[in-house]
Design a protein around this ligand. Structure first.
Ligand code: HEM
Length: 512
């Protein structure tokens, strides 16, 4: 055996020993710290095999149950230790009080990665996130929402017209509510984000619809991408993998840039979509800079990247959750005629005899409708696992455990919102849980469908407005009922990271 071969063998043995030591350190991480945990092999087997059999919510449910009786506990994601927070008070601490220790959701993105991935608000980190969030928040002010309500009502009316046609012969029809709500939200987000009329409800299978759906669907490609990102944010690029197909990214970048270029001043004044709001913000910033060229601005000007990222964020975060929430809600209403009737009476009372659309101001009066929406988001929290990453070491109150910088923290919200300890008979759809009298009884930190603290959903009010507008339109014009094809037990899609029915969801609708 020559010296070269001997060196090679020694290097290989050293490498194997180092890897083994690293893994050994990780696997014994929680035991050494005296923290209750789900052992590596269990976490590993679950993540590698069960992921195809159960969805991510059920997967975290296993962790949640294994750590029963504990405020928090350890588990593993791939080979890395992670922490699961179960205690509502501790959840509030992580999301709000100790926010500066848990600033981000993931490590900083690869600066050379694809545009939509590295610029989305959801993924941004540190100061960059703070700047963008601060700049985008005014896009969801009450005044802006009031304007958006007109767009939402218009899209809901398109859906109504479509259903009227389907019901024209017999006064009733059966609908795949999942498909229909997905079309509705596509029309809404196209109009609200870019001022595009997609006409999905009218059956147009536009390029925009096809590409947006494909781009932001969490398919196998994105699962692989996300798994590699957990190992290192740069790894996907080094392996030549992008989160979106290059042609999809090009298309979306193209239409956003084209929309920016095509807007002339005269045309812009009448536009009311997000893109226009963002462009107005950019002009204001540029003007301020020109007026005060010597003063260094605190934050960078709204770059094209940030603008594109914001539009990408709205397209990716705005479609699935609203469509799924509406789907679940209409499904539950079809199964609960009494609840449906109460909504109908409330709407009728608010509208009076006119049966015109409800004004933006009057929407607030629909208290019971809101209870139904809240209960839908309780039973079906579409973003049911929340994540943070530790940005500064944090000592967990009333314990000796220190969460180290870089540790991933997960809150299994789906399990918490279905825990009988907090919500008795969790499988029962009961809007009374949110009545004025009962809402006080909800333990803070156990109902967070939009997250909590400075990093909660930026568009919560828009999302609720969107859901409410469609609910009103459906319930005031149709009676929903279960038909022969309606499933009594819902299965959730195992491939997605958000909660969604596994297949088509049929219900009957009858004209009122
Ligand atoms: C019913 C519908 C929706 C639900 C249930 C929902 C829920 C959530 C949740 C749970 C988060 C994470 C919060 C956290 O980590 O604390 C989030 C973040 C976010 N959502 Fe929503 N969302 C909905 C609709 C929308 C819509 C319509 C948009 C955009 C038009 C949107 C944009 C965003 C963005 C940009 C973030 C990231 C915020 C940040 O990191 O600062 N969401 N959403």
């Amino acid at each position: 055996m020559g010296p070269f071969t001997i060196s090679l063998i020694l290097i290989s043995i050293t490498a194997v020993l180092l890897v083994w030591r690293y893994l050994q350190n990780n696997f014994t991480y929680w035991r050494k710290r005296g923290v209750p945990y789900v052992p590596f092999w269990e976490s590993f087997l679950l993540s590698s095999t069960a992921m195809k059999k159960i969805n991510i919510f059920e997967f975290f449910e296993v962790f949640y149950k294994a750590l029963d009786g504990h405020r928090f506990g350890g588990a593993f994601q791939l080979v890395y230790p992670i922490i699961i927070i179960r205690d509502p008070e501790l959840i509030k601490t992580v999301f709000i009080k100790a926010f500066s220790n848990f600033y981000d959701r993931n490590p900083p993105q690869d600066e050379k990665g694809d545009v939509f991935n590295r610029t989305q608000i959801f993924q941004l980190t540190g100061e960059k996130w703070r700047t963008v969030r601060h700049k985008l928040s005014p896009a969801f002010s009450s005044a802006k929402l009031k304007i958006m309500y007109q767009t939402l009502s218009g899209c809901a009316e398109d859906l109504n017209a479509h259903l009227q046609t389907l019901c024209s012969e017999t006064g009733q029809t059966e609908i795949d509510v999942k498909e229909l709500m997905s079309d509705y939200t596509m029309d809404v987000i196209g109009a609200i984000a870019l001022g595009i009329k997609c006409n999905s409800i009218k059956g147009e299978n536009s390029e925009f619809k096809q590409i947006v759906r494909a781009t932001f669907k969490f398919d196998q490609r994105r699962t692989i991408f996300a798994t590699l990102e957990v190992i290192h944010p740069k790894l996907p690029r080094l392996l030549g993998l992008t989160s979106q197909l290059p042609e999809e990214e090009e298309y979306l970048l193209g239409i956003t840039r084209e929309a920016i270029e095509m807007r002339t001043d005269s045309e812009s004044s009448s536009r009311r979509d997000f893109l226009q709001m963002l462009m107005n913000l950019r002009s204001q910033e540029l003007q301020q800079r020109n007026e005060n060229p010597s003063g260094e601005p605190d934050e960078p000007v709204f770059s094209e990247d940030i603008l594109v990222g914001a539009i990408g964020s709205f397209l990716s975060a705005g479609l699935e959750p609203v469509a799924a929430t509406l789907t679940f809600c209409l499904y539950e209403l079809a199964l609960h005629p009494d609840i449906q009737e109460k909504i109908y009476l409330e709407i009728k009372e608010t509208k009076g005899q006119t049966l015109n659309d409800i004004s933006y101001e009057d929407l607030k009066k629909l208290r019971y409708t809101e209870q139904v929406m809240n209960e839908t988001l309780r039973k079906y929290p579409v973003a049911g696992i929340m994540a943070r990453i530790c940005t500064e070491p944090f000592k967990i109150p009333d314990s000796d455990v220190v969460v180290e910088k870089g540790m991933r923290v997960f809150v299994p919200l789906f399990s918490i919102q279905r825990d009988p300890q907090y919500f008795p008979e969790p499988d029962r759809f009961d809007p009374e849980r949110f009545s004025e009298e009962n809402i006080q009884k909800i333990v803070p930190g156990t109902y967070l469908p939009f997250g909590d603290g400075p990093r909660s959903c930026i568009a919560m009010r828009l999302a609720l407005l969107d859901v409410k507008t469609m609910l009103i339109k459906m319930v005031s014009n149709y009676t929903l009922y279960p038909c022969a094809r309606t499933q009594r037990i819902l299965e959730f899609d195992k491939k997605l990271v958000s909660l969604n029915p596994a297949s088509s969801l049929w219900i009957g609708v009858r004209k009122r």
